[in-house]
Structure formats: C-alpha cells, structure tokens
Design a protein around this ligand. Structure first.
Ligand SMILES: Nc1nc(=O)c2c([nH]1)NC[C@@H]1CN(c3ccc(C(=O)N[C@@H](CCC(=O)O)C(=O)O)cc3)CN21
Ligand SMILES: CC(C)C(=O)C(=O)O
Ligand SMILES: [Mg+2]
Length: 279
C-alpha cells in the first residue's frame, strides 16, 4: 500500500466520480447509471456496487413520507437527506433536487437554496422546467454550481400537466421540448433528465447536443444514462408502477446483486428495453 494513497479513494474503492469524468464517459459512449438515494446506508451500498450518480430526489416525499405528490417536500427535507447520503457515499457523483417552491421566484432564491444543498454535500443541483429556468441555470453555473435540468414529465407541475402523462407526443410539443433542451444547454446545464418522453424524441435531443448528458427515465435506451427510483427497482413500491420500471430484485439473490445487475444492464444497453419500457 502506497503511503501516497489519495485521501478520497478507499482502500479498494474507485476514484471519485467527477463532472470531468462523467463528461469523459459520455464522450466515450459509456452509459451513466444513476439511482435515487435518500440515506447513508443505501449510499454506501449503491456506491460499492458501482452506481455512478446518486440523486437525492424529491420523490422522497412519495417514497419515504407517503405524500400524494412531490409538492410538499421542503428544502429542509432535501438538505436532511442530502447530508445523510453524503455521509454514506464515498465516490459517486451526488445530485440533489431543488424542491418545489425553493427556486422558482428568482435566480437569487435558487442560489440560496442551492447553497444549502451544496453545503449539505451535493455536487450538483437539479431543477425542473423549460426555457424559463435558463436564466437561473446560467446564474448558478456562473457561481460554480453544476446544474442538471429536468424536462418532459416534471412532477412538480403535475397539477398543471393533468397527471403523470407522457410529454412531447405531438409535433408541436416535441419541437418545444427540443428548443428548451437547447436553451438549457446554452445556459450551461451539464446534465438533463428526460422523464416520460417518446424514445425517438429523447434520442434526437441527445444527438443534437452531445455536450449535454441526457439521463432518461421512461425515455428509452438512447440517452447518455438512466435513472430509476430506488424503491421501484428493488420491488419495494406497492401498487401499479409506471411502465418504465423494472424490478431488478426479481431473480436476484440480494439487494447488491440487483443493483449490480442494474448497473450492468444500463452500461450494456440492455435496460431499458424499448419494447417493454418505452413510449
Ligand atoms: N415511486 C416513484 N417512482 C417514480 O418514478 C416517480 C415517483 N415515485 N414520484 C414522482 C414521479 C411520478 N412518476 C410517474 C408516476 C406515474 C407514471 C405513470 O403511471 N405513467 C403511465 C404513462 C401514462 C401515459 O401513457 O401517458 C405509465 O403507464 O407508465 C409515470 C411517472 C415518476 N416519479
Ligand atoms: C425520478 C427522478 C428523475 C427524480 O426527479 C426524483 O426521484 O425526484
Ligand atoms: Mg425529482
């Protein structure tokens, strides 16, 4: 064992996943595996299993708190779970959702909320919305805060959208989505979550902006990476699940095996299957 071992890498652990490394992976065509994570124990497990990115999603409102939507999640809630995940994580890239009401009023409000998440251990913040968020994205990026955008089904707008429905289905909506993606990329967003959009549209957005790392959830296999809600892919969530979910615990001998299978299947392009999970 070298006496010059870097302090960040554990004895057997990988090097920390940086934004630079994610861009290298994306440029080389390596798919990025992301999962939501809300606590220290799962953070350590997911990191050990090679998950590239952990997302402290505001889905925690539904999954952990039993809320009917993500709207009741507070910035305090997000900070609390980001702290926990940051303590358990060793090397995965840590993204935290800006909750509903914590960033919409102004770029300054978004900065204050983002500072709270970054001080809790996040390395990137994620916010939902189209072109109107570009000014805020530019403001945060200029101040050293990496930003992930989120288009398509944006659950914080569920009441305006009229339910958790596929977005960008007709030609006009698809054109708007493409324009918003370009505006967010121009504003400096490094990553873009595409949720519940037709696979062909997600592929087009990614092809138009190779500088933007697209992460799909119900957006088909031709994205730069994939994300799922942890409790969904582990078969913990009860009730009817979105079509894009696969239960990786089915046939797996352990949670670690299921998570490793997810990472392998994302990297190999085996998940998602366009027939089973696509729109
Ligand atoms: N546990 C959990 N998993 C999620 O993926 C998730 C959350 N919670 N909470 C926030 C949002 C809500 N999400 C949802 C919820 C329902 C559908 C759904 O039922 N979609 C239909 C498609 C409808 C259509 O065709 O327009 C489906 O069958 O997939 C999709 C995404 C995704 N997010
Ligand atoms: C599902 C992902 C993209 C998310 O925003 C969340 O978990 O809150
Ligand atoms: Mg979210």
């Amino acid at each position: 064992m070298s006496s010059h071992a870097t302090p960040d890498a554990g004895a057997t652990g990988r090097k920390p996943v940086t934004l630079h490394r994610l861009r290298e992976m994306h440029a080389a065509g390596e798919k990025i595996a992301m999962l939501t994570c809300y606590d220290a124990s799962f953070a350590r497990l997911l990191d050990d299993c090679g998950v590239d990115c952990l997302l402290v999603g505001d889905s925690l409102g539904m999954v952990l708190q039993g809320q009917p939507s993500t709207l009741p999640v507070s910035l305090e809630d997000a900070v609390y779970h980001t702290r926990a995940v940051a303590r358990g994580n060793r090397s995965a890239w840590l993204v935290a959702d800006l909750p509903f009401g914590s960033y919409e009023a102004s770029p300054e409000q978004a900065l204050r909320s983002s500072v709270a998440l970054m001080q809790a251990g996040a390395q990137m913040v994620k916010l939902e919305g189209g072109g109107w968020t570009a000014e805020t994205v530019r403001f945060l990026v200029a101040r050293g805060i990496p930003v992930c955008a989120h288009l398509g089904l944006t659950p914080q707008s569920v009441h305006a959208l009229g339910g958790y429905r596929v977005q960008g289905r007709d030609e006009a909506a698809a054109a708007t989505l493409k324009r918003h993606a370009a505006e967010l990329a121009d504003a400096g967003a490094a990553m873009l979550v595409l949720e519940l959009v037709p696979s062909a549209l997600a592929a087009e957005i990614g092809a138009a902006r190779p500088d933007l790392i697209t992460i799909g959830i119900g957006a088909g296999p031709r994205c730069g990476g994939q994300v799922l809600v942890l409790h969904d892919m582990l078969g913990v969530t009860r009730g009817r699940l979105p079509r894009f979910v696969r239960n990786f615990m089915a046939g797996a001998a352990s949670i670690e095996d299921a998570v490793r299978l997810y990472v392998q299947d994302v990297k190999a392009g085996r998940f998602p299957d366009p027939e089973l999970h696509g729109y």
